[in-house]
Design a protein around this ligand. Structure first.
Ligand code: ADP
Ligand code: MG
Length: 376
């Protein structure tokens, strides 16, 4: 086993962690997914990743459905016409049906089935997302790689029972076998006929690091076209806050605690209309022999990325970019990730490290709440 590439679970859980004082007044209800803020504030759990704090007088009509492998929640204000929810979820399903690796009629499934055999003509949406994924692969020097499919399949991290040892670390031989199949340069895109070809048999696309971002942008487009003044889109942690709040204040979004403790958030991000996406070790993982293995892989060594980071949150105007960048920066690590971000003006980031340190780019308004963490 490659110990260098796994997190020490006990360290990760922060044995020395002191829970926040009563002053934080955060109560987590275990039976429901909605935490309560025991002051006059009501906290709406937007996803595992983000929470948004709204005033108590607010009513929040929202709808949740399971799609794209996660819980998607749309919150529309202004007494939105219910047909907008329908239109948004129809669009999300459409995207899922094109880009899921598990749906046998999807474009991505067909591309993978035909790897090393022949190009496959795809829907323009699929083409756009793959083209963008390749752009981020190139920009990040392959840290973001949409051809991680063989690694995703090999590790098969379900994360359903992270502590019960159901998932297993694959053998080094198996990792060595699939690793050469991970290479974005072997994706051939043909804009003439919107076809995609994977050069070698056994290759497989996996758009898990970018497709939710695309879907969130599409949802925002539909909502905007419907004339809705403000809304919250949350596709499993890919969050878009839209418009201005009625009292003209900035949106407040909770930064999730990635350490699997019962304290849901570390601090509050204040932001105008924006996309916020987090990649972290806590989304899907399992524990073996006290070590934690999560779902974001290094295309260099085939193991879950280990580089002192627990999570990276990207805040920018476009959810697809934020999604790809959060994964790319997480894989690159702090120093190289910061260099990559320099080429994306307007993109801001918050980094949470294994030793409870937090760093952020200057353009973010972030208020630390959990004092177990420290800003640097
Ligand atoms: P999540 O989808 O859990 O919100 P991310 O956006 O970071 O988190 O995407 C992680 C997913 O992206 C993985 O589940 C996998 O499908 C895919 N993936 C894993 N490693 C990489 C990588 N190095 N580059 C691109 N995609 C990756
Ligand atoms: Mg991502």
């Amino acid at each position: 086993m490659n110990l260098q590439n796994a997190l020490d679970f006990n360290k990760f859980m922060g044995k020395t962690h002191t829970k926040p004082t009563e002053g934080h007044k955060v109560v987590v209800s275990k039976s429901s997914s909605v935490p309560l803020y025991s002051s006059c504030l009501r906290v709406l759990l937007l996803s595992i990743i983000f929470i948004n704090i709204l005033s108590c007088t607010q009513t929040e009509p929202s709808r949740s459905e399971f799609a794209l492998g996660t819980v998607c929640t749309i919150t529309l204000f202004d007494q939105a016409n219910p047909s907008v929810y329908r239109d948004v979820f129809n669009r999300i399903r459409e995207i899922e049906n094109l880009m899921s690796v598990n749906i046998s009629s999807s474009d991505v499934y067909k591309i993978n089935e035909n790897a090393g055999i022949q190009p496959v003509q795809v829907h323009v949406d699929t083409f756009i997302v793959i083209e963008r994924a390749i752009f981020f692969a190139e920009s990040s020097n392959g840290a973001f790689d949409p051809t991680v499919g063989p690694l995703v399949n090999l590790w098969d991290i379900t994360g359903e029972h992270p502590d019960r040892g159901i998932d297993k670390v694959p053998s080094q031989e198996k990792i060595d076998e699939v690793l050469p199949l991970v290479n974005w340069q072997d994706v051939v895109l043909n804009k003439e006929d919107y076809s995609v070809f994977l050069r070698r048999q056994g290759m497989a696309l996996d758009l898990g690091g970018i497709a939710k971002g695309f879907a969130a942008d599409e949802a925002a487009f539909i909502i905007e076209k419907a004339g809705i003044t403000y809304a919250i889109i949350d596709l499993g942690g890919n969050v878009i806050v839209m418009g201005k709040k009625p009292d003209n204040t900035l949106w407040k979004v909770g930064l999730q605690n990635p350490t699997i403790l019962d304290i849901p958030f570390i601090g509050i991000i204040r932001t105008p209309q924006n996309s916020l996406v987090t990649s972290g070790v806590n989304e899907r993982f399992f524990i073996q022999d006290g070590l934690l293995y999560h779902h974001i892989f290094s295309p260099l060594n085939g193991y879950p990325v280990r580089n002192r980071l627990l999570s990276v949150t990207i805040i920018t105007h476009n959810s697809m970019s934020a999604d790809a960048l959060s994964t790319a920066v997480f894989v690159l690590g702090y120093e190289e990730g910061m260099i990559l971000l320099e080429s994306f003006p307007g993109a801001e980031a918050i980094f949470v490290f294994e030793d409870w340190e937090i760093r952020k780019t200057p353009g973010i308004d972030f208020e630390l709440i959990d004092e177990s963490f420290r800003m640097n």
